[in-house]
Ligand binder design. Structure first.
Ligand SMILES: Cc1cc2nc3c(=O)[nH]c(=O)nc-3n(C[C@H](O)[C@H](O)[C@H](O)COP(=O)(O)O)c2cc1C
Length: 368
């Protein structure tokens, strides 16, 4: 009874806190959440069920659900997030030099559909600040670092190379983010020749490091068939280890006429789910069944996480849904996913991957 009482109190407190956060502007609410995590004011998660454990690029993850890049940009909260039940955390995007990003306001909610538009523009404290925090991390937490380029850099490739040098000894994996819509020119790195040059430089730089940290590439969902073909070819030839699909979209088709839909920036959250999941499945078809793939975009429930895995993801990430559902949503998703694995008679969550690729690739997929 006492345990139940304290759970109820916890749930009531969380509801109260979530209500207060929703009354703040989106960026202030984010800062308040990071501070709560840093100072240990957020409850720890439950013990993760063993059927959620999986491996990805040689890393052992306690759950396939990770925190997407952009939440913990400077590496302040990854320990608390791991304790809350995230199987892994992607810090960043970090750029070599600190930069303040675009003028505020620059994060907007689309409450009708649990969407978010952001045009932050890689506001971050730079490589050294994040590196210092990562040096102090406890063993057992899986932390990736998402690397990018300074807005005023005259050599984007050199900025990514610097990220590989700084973070290969400190991160469990690295993500080259070439898909933010908020740094002018960045997405041009997705074009075939530019991408070949970038990935060639990253793999060559890594080979000179003492530790061969896996390198992933994070792409946009705003790609046509030919662009996806060319990215798949280049990625398979490059020697990098995996792909993350996808970043935010510049399309507003899914939110036309809704609150804040006209704001410039990248759209994320529930209205990104269909597009990003379709791109994920289309990339799975191009890359074959064994290439490591991370699915991200619009996950808001256990069912939508399962759909992402069925569309071809080995592991998944989320961010925007937490803006609406609160941080403890991770517990609900972990629990629902574990239950689905048992109900289907599978021994591990890995058994869900890729069971409905064609449906999602052709736009016929549905969340159960
Ligand atoms: C406020 C905000 C900031 C973000 N910042 C980054 C970033 O710095 N680097 C990055 O690769 N993705 C960033 N993203 C994109 C997310 O990592 C993710 O790819 C996208 O939001 C789709 O997932 P979601 O619908 O679960 O949020 C950001 C997203 C949001 C909402």
């Amino acid at each position: 009874m006492m345990v139940f009482d304290s759970l109820m109190r916890n749930a009531a407190m969380q509801k109260l806190a979530q209500g207060a956060l929703m009354r703040m502007d989106a960026e202030t609410a984010h800062r308040a959440t990071i501070n709560a995590l840093r100072f240990g004011l957020v409850p720890g998660g439950e013990q993760l069920p063993s059927n959620l454990a999986t491996t990805f690029c040689g890393l052992d993850l306690p759950s396939p659900i990770g925190m997407a890049a952009g939440f913990d940009k400077n590496g302040e909260a990854f320990s608390a997030l791991a304790r809350m039940g995230f199987g892994f955390v992607e810090v960043g995007t970090v750029t070599p030099r600190p930069q303040s990003g675009n003028p505020t306001p620059r994060v907007f909610r689309i409450p009708e559909v649990m969407g978010v538009v952001n045009r932050l523009g890689f506001n971050n404290e730079g490589h050294q600040a994040a590196a210092e925090r990562l040096k102090r991390r406890a063993p057992g937490q899986v932390v990736g670092v998402n690397i990018g380029a300074n807005k005023d850099s005259d050599d984007f490739v050199a900025d990514y190379v610097a990220g590989v040098v700084t973070f290969s000894p400190l991160a469990d994996y690295l993500t080259a983010n070439i898909s933010s819509p908020n740094t002018p020119g960045l997405r041009n790195l997705q074009a075939e020749d530019a991408l070949k040059r970038l990935l060639g430089a990253l793999v060559e730089t890594r080979s000179a490091q003492p530790r061969q940290t896996p390198i992933l590439l994070k792409i946009a969902p705003d790609l046509d068939e030919g662009e996806m073909d060319s990215i798949a070819r280049t990625v398979l030839d490059s020697g990098i280890d995996g792909l993350i699909v996808s970043n935010t979209t510049i399309s507003r088709d899914a939110v036309a006429g809704l609150t804040n839909s006209e704001q410039a920036g990248g759209l994320s959250g529930k209205p990104l789910f269909a597009l990003s999941t379709r791109r994920l499945a289309q990339m799975r078809q191009r890359l074959g069944p064994d290439f490591p793939l991370v699915g991200v975009g619009g996950i808001h429930s256990a069912q939508s996480a399962i759909a992402k895995l069925e569309a071809g993801a080995n592991i998944v990430q989320l961010y925007s849904a937490l803006v609406y559902g609160g941080m403890e949503m991770i517990n609900t998703i972990n629990a629902g996913l574990s239950q689905a694995v048992s109900q289907r008679g599978l021994t591990s969550v890995a058994g869900l991957t890729g069971s409905a690729v064609a449906d999602w690739a052709e736009g016929r997929g549905e969340i159960a």
